[in-house]
Write a protein that binds this ligand. Structure first.
Ligand SMILES: Nc1ncnc2c1ncn2[C@@H]1O[C@H](COP(=O)(O)OP(=O)(O)OP(=O)(O)O)[C@@H](O)[C@H]1O
Ligand SMILES: [Mg+2]
Length: 234
């Protein structure tokens, strides 16, 4: 059964679509079957996916794209749950009925917040909605400028913050322009690294990060053992 991650934020332009696309692609790059659902009438995620189809070919984008509205949102999410590993839902600004339904259907709500007072104030409504629906939530600071005092002040006001933040980087926007994501255009870029760190935190919430941690722990133990052996042999 798929895990559903809804990207929500009442404030327009906070980075919902950018975060949705980047998380979806990063999950797909890890070999997961990923569906993306655009429930925003603006259809930005759909536009991005069309460009992606032109680039990679229909059926070769690594993502299953869907666009729904109204009463179909909940039923289509539960239908897709059986077909993939993750479902990423990009929701519209404002706490409209669809966004509410997408939050209710989610296993995790991710709220992007830009370091501005208006983003901060708008975030409270989305946080309350997720709380009312008893869905776990994580807030991600987006478009953070290096050493920004304002970002630090705003972060101090926010609960459920991820350690990972996304910087204000042209690559996030430029990659979407060509139907791709930062992790594809330049996997060694800072933007790509930030996305991978964010994904690690998200997977840890679902305990899907445990495998990677185990591998790291085994590696650390075996390196400690070989160090001991070297000392004993010396
Ligand atoms: N980390 C970032 N660095 C640089 N530009 C960014 C970043 N995140 C988002 N943007 C840009 O900010 C603008 C708004 O982002 P996006 O469309 O993802 O927000 P949104 O929350 O989906 O907006 P809406 O509420 O209208 O759906 C876009 O032009 C996008 O390219
Ligand atoms: Mg959007």
């Amino acid at each position: 059964m798929a895990k559903v991650i809804t990207i929500a934020q009442q404030k327009g332009g906070a980075g919902k679509t950018t975060v949705a696309a980047h998380i979806a692609v990063a999950l797909s790059q890890k070999g997961n079957r990923v569906a993306i659902i655009d429930i925003d009438p603006q259809g930005s995620l759909g536009c991005w996916h069309s460009i992606r189809e032109e680039r990679f070919g229909e059926g070769y984008t690594g993502l299953i794209f869907n666009s729904f509205s109204g009463w179909r949102v909940a039923s289509e999410i539960s239908r897709l749950r059986k077909q993939c590993d993750y479902i990423i839902v990009d929701s519209p600004p404002h706490t409209e009925t669809e966004a509410r339904t997408a939050i209710r259907s989610a296993d995790l709500v991710v709220i992007p917040v830009q370091p501005s007072p208006t983003d901060l104030w708008a975030t409270k409504a989305t946080l309350e909605l997720a709380k009312a629906e008893k869905v776990p939530v994580r807030v991600v600071m987006n478009r953070v400028a290096a050493n920004s005092r304002l970002a630090q002040t705003i972060a101090a006001e926010l609960p459920e913050l991820t350690k990972a933040t996304l910087g204000n980087r042209v690559l996030f926007a430029a990659a979407l322009m060509e139907g791709r994501c930062a992790t594809e255009v330049d996997p060694s870029s800072v933007a790509a690294h930030e996305v991978k760190e964010l994904l690690k935190e998200i997977l840890a919430i679902f305990n899907d990060g445990s495998e990677e941690e185990e591998v790291e722990q085994v590696a650390a133990k075996s390196s400690a053992k070989s160090k001991k052996k070297v000392l004993a042999d010396a």
